[in-house]
Ligand binder design. Structure first.
Ligand code: DAT
Ligand code: MG
Length: 138
């Protein structure tokens, strides 16, 4: 069974949207296999976002992700990686389709980093890598 890593980012937790995000994942038919509320530290985030190191939004991204608690989730189901990316919508919430998490619940806040409620793994390799970062116990 395929697995993906979902993060409800600090903006989502602050705005009390954890239930909303989990509800969309569950209503789609995916299973929550693991879940935790946590404060991510820099080391964890630098590893998680390694592909973006050196980009202008990298430091703001790490700072933003440390700005409050996040909820880390492993969701399970056939093609859940692709399926959750569709539920999440485009990276830029201004152009994310209505009906998606980002399209319905986020907008441009004028910050250096885009704040868009959720993270979802983008491939089987990323999912395996990211799950082992956030859930070393699994
Ligand atoms: P995604 O989260 O859709 O996989 P990504 O991996 O390209 O997007 O980028 C990680 C996060 O960094 C993204 O959710 C929001 C932020 N981000 C991406 N591109 C950005 C940009 N050009 N300017 C500001 N923030 C950006
Ligand atoms: Mg990404």
């Amino acid at each position: 069974m395929e697995r993906t890593l979902i993060l409800v980012k600090p903006d989502g937790v602050k705005r009390n949207l954890v239930g909303e995000v989990l509800s969309r994942v569950e209503r789609k038919g995916y299973t929550i296999a693991a879940l935790k509320l946590m404060q991510a530290d820099r080391g964890l985030l630098v590893q998680h976002y390694a592909e973006h190191e050196g980009k202008p939004f990298f430091e703001p991204l790490v700072e933003f992700m440390m700005s409050g608690p996040i909820v880390a989730v492993v969701a399970e189901g056939n093609r859940v990686i692709e399926g959750f990316r569709k539920l999440a919508g485009a990276t830029d919430p201004t152009v994310a389709e209505p009906g998606t998490i980002r399209g319905d619940l986020a907008r441009d806040q004028g910050t250096k980093v885009v704040q868009n409620i959720v993270h979802g793994s983008d491939s089987v390799e990323s999912a395996t890598r990211e799950i082992s970062i956030f859930f070393p116990e699994l």
